[in-house]
Design a protein. Sequence first.
Length: 665
Amino acid sequence: MSSYAMSAVAELAPVEPAIQTQALPDPAKLRTQFHEESQAARRSAARPGLYIAVIIYLLFAATDILLVPDVAAYTIAARFAVGVTALVTLETLLRLDAPTKWLDITCAGAIILGYIGWLVPTAASANHESVSYYMVFGTIFMMSANLFFTFQFSFSVITSTIILLILYAVNYFVPSTLTYKLVFGAFYISCFVFTSYINWKLNRERYNVFLNALEARNQHREATERGKALLKLSRTDPLTGLENRRAVDERLRDLWGSWQRHGRTFAVLLIDVDFFKRFNDYYGHQKGDRCLMEVADSLRHLVEQHNASIGRYGGEEFIVLAQAKRHEDVVTLAEDIRQEVEALAITHNERRDGTQVVTVSVGAAFTRDEAGTKLEKIIQEADRALYLAKADGRNCVHLFDPNDPQTSDESENVAALLKIAIERELISLVFQPIINMRTGKIEAMEALMRLTMPDGTAVPPSLFIPVAERTGMILELGRWAIRTACRELMSSEHIRTISVNVSPVQLKAPGFAASVAAALGEAGVTGDRLALEITEGLEMEMHSDVLRCISDLKLLGIKVWLDDFGTGFAGLSWLRLIDFDTVKIDRSFLHDCVTPRGRAMFQDIVELLRNRGPKILVEGVESEEQLELLRRLDIDHAQGFHVGRPARAESLRPLFEAPRRQKTA
């Protein structure tokens, strides 16, 4: 054996106990597995090995003719008889798919019979000197048993022993000296020991190679399992065990592709736990997590019965993807989902809508042929249906229908959107600068509400503000706007005043002044830094409650501004009843100043307001010429795109103390 092979065996030997301990602790089982796996190698090596051995065995007939010519005919006949018999037997066993041990026995029998068929006739030769030398070649058969074939060690030793005993038996009868018999016998024993030792080392090396291969397979299997586990982890929501958004998106793409290619329709159902924020705030996040886990587990079992899949789409929102052929099937599944959660009877006493258990709202959308349809479309439709389900009072199901007037009515969609705008952070504030015309500095900011759809599409204020007032959502949105404005800007000393638009609906609501006071208290600022703008263009009754509310606001030090002066019919009446701090002249009058008549009217309005005493603010300034006109008329404040466009608070802070350059006339 080479030094490399022996060193490899030495290095591999310590590995065996560790592998046995970690992978298969029973050595007997390891040996059994090794023998079972080595059978395939022995079977594949048997045919080429025996054929090569027989060919070499037959070629040695030439030495018979040279060294023992008197018995060469017998040895050659024996060679052909043994060789052909061995090959026929092997081929028969292979055709019969005989066990591997019979192939080994055939090969070993061929070696032994080949040895006998050569040795016995050779020993009968009259040329004793040639026989004495020629018998040395008998060690080839011993080496064949140990090295040429991949026998198990015990089987090789048995075969070699039989060859050794046959040699000694024949050697006893061959005429020779005692010295020759002793030397020749010692030589055979040396060959037997040496070849057996090498065979033992080779078998041990094969075993160690098997152990290393087994360990490599185990490591590969473990790595594969870890990879699968990591992949599953990356696609699984850690709280509920459902598929996460990534996995849902992949499944959704597969369903979409199947629908596009094969027309297999499917539905998307978005499920939102009603009033979950209140549940979390009151019962705590741990109980909130348990609630989501219980809902998720219940819905998982339900949707599996419908051959659908479910995932957590974010927060308290779940998504179900189901192949369906009819709209009725989708509605049935959605209603089953709603009833399943309601049947859990998870207590929720903070709803304040007459229901005392956790429920869900379900919005569903069904695939439909439409030009330019995209994957995101069905999600958006399910989202809109979910909003409508919430707008209908929650704990209900809504299936998107493009032909349904309620679904297609844009104002209804906006109404549904407004109900969740604060919770989903779809509503925000931007601020437009108001400059002092004398100093050129930004002296105030007007807070303006902005609304976006979940996909980022902006909803114009001209659309959502009237809807908010009609539905009463302006009350909650107004309170949020005042709190947010105070929190974001009122803490800054750079801006003296911030104005927020208020609706007549807010002024009529009981406790409005108290809620404003609370917002100021939370922000830790004084009331004289807040201005509330009342729009003249809106109809507002001269109601005592409204006047009392305005009076209470002024007692808090809050400034009251009249917005859009000149666009309605109540402006002069309001000027008579209420002591406004500032009056904003509508932009239309400034833009009409391009004509002499328009400029005269604008100057008349300015004179009227100046005689009444409030500060004058002109909005809609869009050019330097208009700004210069306001300077000549000694206007107090100006606002418009030329002064500054609406922007988020953080982007405007660097401008707080930056004075505008004043041009000389």
